[in-house]
Design a protein around this ligand. Structure first.
Ligand code: FAD
Length: 396
């Protein structure tokens, strides 16, 4: 191309021209996920958030399954075998709708399915993965407990052997998809350290009461898991993996989805603020014409663009098999923190309307409070990076 060629026109929706870094196939994945989300979730999601209930979560999961979004970056067993970047692009579109919708898909694919895919026996994989990929079976992932969140090593849920069987007792807390799940991946202490169990939720002694009164992630099912003498066959356990590296490697997998997804909530809030600022007239001019508003919009755009570049870079590294956990922490810490700041700033631009569910901004901001905390809090990721930089672990 001649260096006299005109650059393409400025695109408000891709201000830095990052789409240049995506293949046509990747753009197609993004477009088809956006189209599906616009059909099956976007028109209803504010209502689900308000009522604290998704109308038909099983039906919604099946829509996502039909599109190949469940375990989409896993190979075999009916999974789509796509790249990490494809998965990230899907997460942006899902979370531009609502973080709860993205959580539903992430927990199914990156936590429950990934755990079985990575650590399960061949029988466990055959039994669950194909049905989970279509959305016929829903999964959840139980690590957190009422008294053990950031420090899950001290968990109290316990599995003991009884002849050929296992008996599980304990409680898990804040478990996404818990009350609608057909299968729960549950991490428990055993005589050989922490091990993972595949628990069909119709096993006697298992129950999953829903957690109500949430102010965040209201369009998402969050539950307690109660395990009261749950008796499982000997082969319900993941055969090899022992210790915290099992659950932590699953979280690392899911975090990459958040690195991208959070930017979807931010993008949606920025879009809303931009459009509102253009329409809203005060002191005789659209508020978009004032320098203070423009400074906000410019700063939000900068952070969104930087976050997108970081997500894409980390996604490419993941696809090349070169990503480290510290790098995932860099991405999660930066992108969720900046996404939340973008939503809060967008909220100010909308004035009083910013607090209304008529606009997506406050819903996104409230949702991101959960995303800030789950899959490793801001403080935990700061400590991971701090340790990588200094060589000193400051967790305890
Ligand atoms: P705590 O660990 O008690 O932390 C409280 C505060 O203390 C935080 O700010 C934390 O960063 C800080 N802190 C803790 N230790 C230190 C330290 N050493 N130094 C400095 N600061 C520290 N869990 C699952 O297993 N599965 C799920 O599907 C799931 N879904 C969730 C959905 C929602 C909506 C929410 C809100 C949570 C979900 N979680 C899930 C739980 C989530 O992973 C935990 O909330 C998270 O790990 C934090 O644990 P905690 O809430 O017990 O906070």
């Amino acid at each position: 191309m001649s260096h006299h060629a005109m650059p393409p026109p400025f695109d408000v929706h891709d201000p830095a021209g990052i789409d240049d870094l995506l293949s046509q196939e990747e753009k197609d994945v993004r477009a088809s996920v956006r189209q599906l989300v616009d059909q099956v979730a976007q028109p209803y999601v504010a209502g689900w958030f308000e009522s604290g209930q998704i109308d038909d979560p099983r039906g919604l999961m099946k829509h996502f399954g039909e599109m190949g979004l469940l375990g989409m970056h896993l190979e075999g067993y009916g999974c789509a075998g796509m790249s990490s970047v494809d998965y990230g692009l899907a997460c942006i579109e899902l979370e531009a709708c609502d973080s709860g919708i993205r959580s539903m898909v992430s927990v199914q694919g990156s936590l429950a399915m990934f755990a079985i895919w990575r650590f399960g026996s061949e029988e466990q994989k055959q039994e669950w993965l194909p049905r989970m990929a279509t959305g016929e079976a829903i999964g959840c992932f139980g690590l957190t407990e009422p008294d053990h969140g950031s420090d899950p090593g001290g968990m109290r849920t316990r599995a003991i052997r009884d002849g050929d069987e296992w008996i599980l007792d304990g409680r898990k807390m804040w478990i996404t998809n818990g009350s609608i799940a057909d299968v729960a991946v549950v991490w428990a202490q055993t005589d050989e350290g922490i091990r993972g169990f595949v628990v069909p939720t119709d096993t006697p002694g298992f129950s999953a009461p829903e957690i109500k009164h949430k102010m965040s992630l209201r369009a998402s099912v969050t539950s307690e898991l109660v395990l009261d003498g749950v008796r499982l066959p000997g082969d319900a356990v993941f055969p090899e993996v022992r210790g915290l590296k099992g659950p932590l490697s699953c979280l690392n997998e899911a975090r990459l989805g958040i690195v991208w997804g959070a930017l979807g909530a931010a993008r949606s809030s920025l879009d809303a603020a931009l459009s509102y600022a253009g329409d809203r007239v005060q002191f005789g001019k659209p508020i978009a014409a004032y320098q203070l508003t423009q400074a906000k919009l410019a700063d939000m755009t900068l952070e969104l663009v930087k976050g997108q570049l970081l997500a894409l870079h980390l996604g490419r590294r993941k696809d090349a098999g070169r990503i480290r956990t510290e790098q995932v922490s860099l991405g999660k810490l930066n992108n969720i923190r900046e996404a939340l700041e973008i939503c809060r700033t967008a909220r100010t631009i909308l004035g009083a309307n910013g607090i209304s569910l008529e606009y997506p901004v406050m819903r996104h901001a409230n949702n991101l409070e959960s995303v800030l905390t789950y899959e490793g809090t801001v403080e935990m990721h700061t400590l991971v990076i701090g340790q990588a930089l200094t060589g000193h672990a400051a967790f305890r």
